[in-house]
Ligand binder design. Structure first.
Ligand code: HEM
Length: 148
């Protein structure tokens, strides 16, 4: 998220100057950032038809939340990171019985982290390219050079 904010200084400035926007911005960053790359494997217990496709009982389905989070029927201009988007109803914490048990904790942590960062480092800026982790399940910089 910090990488995305520093990539366009006006994004970081918006949250620094208008901290009341942080909670909605965190939801948009959760929608857009796709830090958790996992796909949910589900097995149909009964035959079901979704969007014209029939899935038989016992068949496996891989649900890509990243794709749902960029559904243009739900999110206008889905490939745009818009920190002023009104509380986007994303699927980054999953859905249904396995909905993330730590979602509220994660939200509070992210809100506090970004509020504190922008308050204490008002002139934080990128100081070079990020070095990215090479993992299958999460996507994040290993190193993110900054100046302040
Ligand atoms: C931004 C941070 C986080 C993201 C994006 C995230 C995402 C997710 C997702 C997508 C699932 C559903 C997996 C599935 O349907 O199979 C999940 C489940 C879960 N998460 Fe998180 N999570 C985050 C933080 C946390 C934290 C901080 C905790 C605990 C303190 C936590 C605990 C859990 C647990 C226990 C489940 C399993 C729930 C179940 O299967 O009933 N998560 N998380």
């Amino acid at each position: 998220m910090v990488h995305l904010l520093l990539a366009r200084p006006e994004r970081y400035a918006l949250l620094r100057d208008e901290p009341a926007r942080v909670p909605a911005a965190v939801e948009e960053l959760l929608r857009y950032a796709q830090a958790a790359m996992g796909a949910n494997l589900r097995v149909a217990t009964v035959e079901v038809t979704l969007s014209g496709v029939t899935i038989g009982a016992g068949e496996a389905v891989v649900a890509l939340m990243a794709s749902a989070n960029h559904d243009e029927d739900t999110f206008p201009r889905p490939d745009l990171l818009d920190l002023t988007r009104e509380a986007p109803a994303h699927l980054s914490f999953g859905h249904g019985v396995h909905f993330c048990a730590g979602a509220q904790l994660a939200r509070v942590q992210l809100q506090e982290a970004l509020t504190g960062l922008t308050r204490h480092f008002p002139r934080l800026r990128a100081a070079g390219p990020a070095d990215w982790k090479d993992e299958r399940l999460s996507r994040a910089p290993r190193v993110l050079p900054v100046r302040w």
